[in-house]
Design a protein around this ligand. Structure first.
Ligand code: SF4
Length: 330
């Protein structure tokens, strides 16, 4: 339940602002000049704010579409990301947003048209090349759809542009929005997954893995392309058996031809982010194998990281072709 909404004065009359505010008639509304006053305020505690986040409606001024970090992609020549929103409904223990932001408030940039305009410009500049746009970098792409109407607004921008792929990264099991839309072959609904036993402990507030698999099954039957994202791969006792049975379960439910791509990524954080996250979750087992003393990037031991990637990839190759499997290292 959103109790407080901060609204930048300059977007008070924006149609998206009005649309969102209609959903929160009883919330306290506070006018602000710039979102940074609230979102970037010093001495905030992400964990405390996560208990009852406020909503911030703002305008983004520049940098609507950005190149992804090196190593992030699913096979296309060029990769971009855009973030209409910062922060997430869910509360995964390993979420890097806790390290990146000091605020857990939901920040929505309501000027969707500026994002779409820049996406179209990037498409035009890269005509003839295969490019990917990733939308779930700083949020979950689908989880807040009932508030943002993001998917409904953005899918038409990609319709008819076969060389420009959009990935919607999510753990949400909402499928109703996709039922209302005609599937497009250049949209991948990409599910973040890990063995259920781990997700129960780590993917707090997120739907169960079995319900994510059911959602994928439903969406693939409607004709939507599915992405499988085992990113991050999480170490635990008997991790090999757990991942093997997860892969088996997924491929027994979903036809291989519906799966656009599979990606694997190690658990790793920039040192500064890790220090904050580790401070919040000191007792969490998920961090027990990490080399907390490393200088720049905190990750598992390189040999373990390599073993996990290699083992999982080889097991996945029982079910899918190698050209669908990617490693993401960003
Ligand atoms: S679903 Fe993704 S963005 Fe949301 S809390 Fe979990 S890791 Fe973070």
């Amino acid at each position: 339940m959103i109790e407080t909404i901060y609204i930048e004065k300059e977007i008070e009359d924006n149609s998206k602002t009005i649309q969102i505010l209609r959903k929160f008639k009883n919330a306290r509304k506070i006018s602000i000049d710039r979102y940074g006053e609230i979102f970037n305020r010093k001495n905030q505690n992400f964990r405390v704010q996560k208990i009852n986040p406020s909503l911030i409606l703002a305008r983004k001024h520049k940098g609507f579409v950005l190149p992804t970090p090196v190593g992030f992609g699913i096979g296309d020549q060029k990769n971009f990301y855009f973030s209409h929103m910062y922060n997430c409904l869910y509360d995964c223990s390993y979420c890097f947003l806790q390290g990146m932001y000091s605020s857990a408030n939901y920040l929505i940039f309501v000027n969707f048209d500026d994002f779409k305009k820049e996406i179209k410009q990037v498409m035009e500049r890269n005509m003839g090349e295969n490019i990917s746009f990733f939308s779930g970098y700083d949020c979950d792409s689908v989880a807040m759809e009932s508030v943002t109407n993001f998917i409904n607004d953005f899918i038409p921008t990609f319709r008819g542009h076969e060389n420009a792929l959009i990935e919607l990264r999510t753990k949400s099991v909402q499928t109703r929005i996709f039922e209302k839309l005609e599937p497009i072959s250049n949209c991948v609904i990409a599910y973040s997954l890990m063995p259920e036993e781990l997700a129960v402990k780590l993917d707090k507030k997120a739907p169960s893995v079995s319900s994510r698999i059911s959602a994928m099954k439903k969406l693939s039957a409607m004709g939507w392309k599915i992405g499988l994202r085992f990113d991050p791969l999480i170490y635990s006792n008997n991790w090999k058996i757990k991942y093997q049975s997860l892969f088996k379960e997924i491929y027994s439910e979903i036809k291989e031809e519906s799966i656009h791509s599979v990606s694997l990524g190690p658990l790793r954080f920039p040192k500064a982010y890790f220090n904050k996250i580790f401070g919040y979750h000191r007792g969490e087992e998920v961090f027990s194998q990490m080399d907390i003393n490393s200088a720049n990037v905190v990750s598992y031991d390189k040999a373990l990281e390599y073993e996990m990637n290699t083992f999982c990839k080889n097991d996945l190759l029982k079910y899918c072709n190698e050209n669908k499997v990617f490693h993401c290292y960003s």
